[in-house]
Design a protein around this ligand. Structure first.
Ligand code: NAD
Length: 449
């Protein structure tokens, strides 16, 4: 079976490489000629563990190729997958489906009889039916199918997630679509990954509902952390106690600077917009979006609190990517935090193991550093924004010697308050007060009695 992947971005590249690893002949095409040229030279365009090896071995085996010639690639393909971006539309938060429909119109003239067009992009309910209409209008005599196959890979663990998914969601409208999609995922049957085969609309909605639910869980942990700070409780302990209930689970209950990245912010906004449009408001997610948008300001307040007067102060920011093990800077909390600190007159020194090349294009007046200790040189405060492993075991004496001040603001709770205090730092984190304030404790008692 021959597959053409339209869009060689995060999802297109990872899933294209993984389908070629399953043994299919895959061609990844992209509008971005520079991206395709790089991939052809063997340069992998995203930072993702195991991906470069996978791509190299499948190019070598002749199963994976890159092209900017959509016509040639689509003409002899059995399956055409759309993995183009669906960003937020300015103003109303709806998913901007321009790229999806443009890709559908672009492939339509070249589709062969019996082709199956699969949407991997995250799209709102109704989009796959509209893709069907767009292609049918362009090619009234073409016999083709459409399928929805939303992608659930997590950046930072993308190859592994694709190869060992919790589940595969497939939306179809006909028997051929189902047969072809089952064949595509047959290599996973030994791993017993559940296949949910359903309608197009159900598949589309599953993706949005899953991301919205996870974003809501993160936001719950963040508001719980706020309450813990007020009453002198430890959110790590409280979240652990909650998460042990297997109806709740421990994942995504970690407080921090709010969710960011290429998916949760735009998908929650699109879910809210779809709820309004369909007359079924999604109020929990509306609140999730609002609370998350306020989160950066709260974190900035915490950092400014640690600095005292901001003017003339220097902050070392450790971690820029929206999460560890990726170089993706889309809607990364670091961006809002750094800009707000700069506006307050703070000088920024920054380090990230992978995302600095992207971050340099998005941020001005930052001193880019080779390692966390260089970033800490002369800093009044060190702020941990992304929990990369290399920040988990910092040489605290070296860090302290490099710094001018003593403040560490740990927005990911990767250190323990007592250990940091013993090491001579003025430490603050999220939902874990450095010490239980008597006033707060009394207040909390007053409220419960
Ligand atoms: P991306 O921006 O990294 O990649 C999209 C690519 O498509 C770009 O390289 C762009 O040049 C290309 N493109 C756009 N129109 C094209 C066309 N007509 N022909 C050829 N190429 C075209 O985006 P992404 O992060 O891979 O996300 C793609 C979709 O997958 C989105 O809907 C996203 O919500 C969803 N998704 C992303 C992730 C993730 O972790 N990044 C996970 C699950 C789902």
């Amino acid at each position: 079976m021959k597959i053409t992947m339209i869009g060689a971005g995060y999802v297109g590249l990872v899933s294209g490489a993984c389908f070629s690893e399953y043994g299919f002949a895959v061609t990844c095409v992209d509008l971005d000629a520079a991206k395709i040229a790089k991939l052809k030279r063997g340069e992998v365009t995203i930072y993702e563990s195991g991906l470069s090896e996978l791509i190299a071995s499948n190019i070598e085996a002749g199963r994976l190729r890159f092209s900017d010639d959509v016509t040639a690639a689509v003409t002899d393909s059995d399956v055409i997958m759309l993995a183009v971006g669906t960003p937020s539309r300015r103003g109303d938060g709806e998913a901007d489906l321009t790229y999806v429909y443009a890709a559908a119109r672009q492939i339509a003239p070249h589709l062969k009889q019996g082709a199956v067009v699969v949407t991997k992009s995250t799209v709102v309910p109704g989009t796959n039916r509209q893709i069907r209409r767009v292609i049918a209008e362009a090619r009234p005599s073409l016999d083709f199918s459409v399928a929805s196959n939303p992608e659930f890979l997590r950046e930072g663990a993308a190859v592994d997630d694709f190869m060992r998914p919790n589940r595969v969601i497939i939306g179809v409208h006909d028997e051929r679509g189902e047969r072809v999609m089952r064949a595509l995922y047959r290599p996973l049957s030994l791993r017993e990954a559940p296949l949910v085969v359903t309608t197009l609309e159900n598949a589309e909605l599953i993706k949005y509902a899953a991301n919205s639910f996870l974003a809501m869980k993160v936001t719950f942990a963040n508001e719980l952390a706020d309450l813990c700070e007020e009453i002198g409780a430890d959110v790590q302990v409280v979240a652990h106690g909650i998460g042990l209930d297997n109806r709740i689970g421990s994942k995504f209950l970690h407080p921090g600077p709010g969710f960011g990245g290429s998916c949760f912010p735009k998908d929650t906004r699109a879910f809210v917009a779809a709820g309004k449009r369909f007359g079924a408001p999604q109020r929990l997610i509306e609140t999730t979006v609002e609370v998350n948008e306020r989160r950066i300001g709260q974190m900035v307040g915490k950092i400014l609190g640690a600095l005292g007067t901001p003017t003339g102060k220097t902050v070392a920011v450790l971690g820029l990517a929206f999460k560890p093990n990726t170089d993706d800077m889309r809607e990364a909390p670091s961006l809002g935090i750094i800009s707000a600190l700069q506006e307050a007159g703070v000088a920024i020194r920054a380090h990230d193991p992978a995302a600095m090349p992207h971050a340099r294009q998005l941020l001005d007046n930052v001193a880019w550093c080779e390692n966390p200790y260089e970033a800490a040189e002369g800093a009044d405060a060190v702020v941990i924004v992304t929990e990369w492993n290399i920040y988990r075991g910092l040489d605290l004496d070296r860090l302290k010697t490099a710094m001018r001040g003593r403040s560490v603001v740990d927005l990911r709770n990767i250190y323990k308050p007592d250990e940091m205090a013993a090491a001579g730092f003025v430490y603050s984190s999220v939902g874990r007060p450095a010490r239980i304030s008597e006033a707060n404790f009394a207040r909390a008692k007053g409220q419960v009695s």
